[in-house]
Design a protein around this ligand. Structure first.
Ligand code: HEM
Length: 501
């Protein structure tokens, strides 16, 4: 602890000297930061936007912004070429203290762990996203997408709007439970609502904790009741996961499925089964609790993100009928008037314009709008006219994915929904670091192919069956960062059946 405190003050001191060279709002007293006095999320977003406009967008700026999270100095990076210096590093892979509360829930799994633990787990888990495994998962995406359409049918052709996001969220939750744990929780049918509710509340509580430094003091966190509620939900969700793991372990032992698996190596194994198999092969690397951490990490990372991506895609396409029509024409060409056929790999490859719309949505409203790291080694940021800036080891940095992807040097209409940004010729002419919704480098999103495939399958079901009208528009309605980016007022839509019954 003493070393940590010494390091903290040392970094703070260097920052105070180096910060002279970096733009940013004036430092304010120890627990103050203008950001955190704003309780209204819209005000918070507008304030952040004004900071970026003022300090990082001028041609003379290096895209860095300094600010204080309570007593902690933070530098945010808003230019792709500078973020690349961190993304590409094999040393600066440690997450910042901002992930600490999350760790009490999902544990020290792939998202949060660092060093050799992260390296060995990453290597082991990469095979669970092998092409052939994704092909198996694709069947689950299709089946759950169809359930979603059946559930939404009851909302179609009504004259009053509804928020579509909770429906999408239950669909992606069912998908991740089935792919990760091999068991369906049927939340789309209204089952397991205690677990579903706990997962939702935990995300909200972690965000409340992160944005209010006063909650970092344990007595205050508990005094306001958040601590007790958080602990209760952590227990409920982790007990649920442990129970599923135990049950699956017994089933596999009884059926000896691992042996039969050798004849068809990629057949119908859930993510959990892969972990149990790896544990059987290397019991020293993966403990039971290690498996629990990884399953909960995938549960967290793998459903809120995709539900945000799918919901925003529906929202944008509901605002631009001309793009929606192109998506539907493409789908009609693939499926004809067969409304029930599940999409196969060839169909999915032909959904070219839908994929452009999905990517443009990820650019406009990335589900993970920023990420944080704690530097393990110094980074020196050069500048063409000013002295270079030293970001010292120990400093917390925030990489602003959402701002990086609005860079007018790489996107001709940075603040407009324009799927042509992802036409093949534009993609070929652009630097890879300009589009980073899944982060980049060795710590990029391990589930990105899974996510794109899931989004395509679920969205294809929706736009085959319905025409969507969004009742709110960007930028009158703003995307608000919680742990994951969400629409400010929910996503109010009207659905019209395309199928004649
Ligand atoms: C549209 C959907 C998704 C987006 C935008 C997204 C974005 C990201 C980003 C930005 C990171 C880096 C986080 C950081 O550095 O703090 C990340 C990491 C990660 N994502 Fe995703 N993600 C998505 C879907 C998924 C899915 C479906 C899964 C699992 C099935 C998943 C699993 C993970 C894991 C395990 C990590 C940690 C990887 C590591 O550090 O080695 N993600 N994701």
């Amino acid at each position: 602890k003493r070393d940590e405190i010494r390091e903290f003050w040392h970094v703070r001191k260097i920052c105070l000297e180096e910060f002279e060279k970096v733009n940013g709002p004036p430092a304010v007293p120890i627990f103050g930061s203008t950001w955190y006095f704003k309780s209204d999320p819209v005000e918070m977003v507008k304030l952040a936007q004004s900071w970026f406009n003022e300090y990082t967008l001028s041609p003379d700026s290096n895209g860095l912004l300094k600010f204080w999270m309570g007593p902690v100095p933070v530098v945010s990076i808003s230019r792709g070429e500078i973020a690349k210096m961190v993304f590409d590093s094999s040393t600066n892979i440690t997450k910042s203290s901002q992930y600490d509360k999350l760790k009490e829930w999902i544990g020290d799994g792939l998202l949060i762990s660092t060093g050799s633990k992260w390296r060995s787990r990453r290597k082991m888990l990469t095979q669970t996203f092998h092409f052939a495994v994704l092909k198996e998962y694709q069947k689950i995406f299709g089946a759950q997408g169809k359930v979603l359409v059946d559930v939404l049918r009851f909302r179609a052709n009504n004259t009053y709007p509804f928020d579509i996001m909770p429906y999408i969220k239950r669909c992606t939750l069912d998908i991740i439970c089935e792919t990760a744990m091999g068991s369906s929780i049927k939340s789309q049918y209204g089952a397991n609502d205690k677990y579903v509710n706990s997962v939702r509340r935990l995300s909200e509580l972690v965000w409340n904790y992160e944005k209010a430094p006063l909650f970092w003091l344990k007595p205050i966190w508990y005094l306001f009741g958040n601590g007790f509620e958080f602990d209760r939900h952590v227990k409920l969700t982790t007990d649920f996961t442990r129970e599923v793991i135990e049950k699956r372990k017994q089933e596999l032992n009884n059926n000896q499925e691992f042996e039969s698996e050798s004849s068809d190596p990629k057949k119908k194994l859930a993510f959990l089964d892969h972990l149990l198999k790896s544990q059987a092969d290397h019991p020293d690397i993966l403990t039971d609790e290690g498996i629990r951490e990884e399953v909960d990490t995938f549960m967290f990372e793998g459903h809120d993100t995709t539900s945000s991506g799918i919901t925003f895609a529906i929202w944008f396409l509901g605002q631009f009928p001309e793009y929606q029509q192109r998506v539907q024409d493409e789908l009609d060409e693939i499926f004809g008037d067969d409304f029930e056929r599940h999409p196969n790999s060839e169909d999915i490859q032909r959904m070219v314009f839908l994929e452009q719309c999905i990517k443009e949505t990820l650019r406009m409203t990335p589900p993970v709008p920023f990420i944080s790291r704690k530097l393990e080694e110094d980074v020196v940021i050069p500048h063409s006219t000013k002295p270079p800036v030293l970001l010292p080891a120990g400093l917390n940095i925030m990489i602003n994915i959402i701002t990086i992807m609005k860079d007018a040097r790489y996107f001709e209409k940075p603040y407009e929904f324009f799927p042509e940004h992802f036409s093949p010729e534009r993609v070929a002419a652009r630097e890879a670091f300009a589009f980073v919704p899944f982060s980049a480098g060795p710590r990029n999103c391990i589930g990105q192919k899974f996510a794109l495939l899931e989004e395509k399958v679920v969205l294809s079901w929706i736009f085959r069956h319905f025409t969507v009208t969004s009742l709110t528009r960007f930028p009158e309605e703003l995307p608000i960062p919680e742990l994951i980016l969400k629409p400010q007022f929910g996503t109010q839509v009207l659905l019209k059946n395309r199928r004649k019954f």
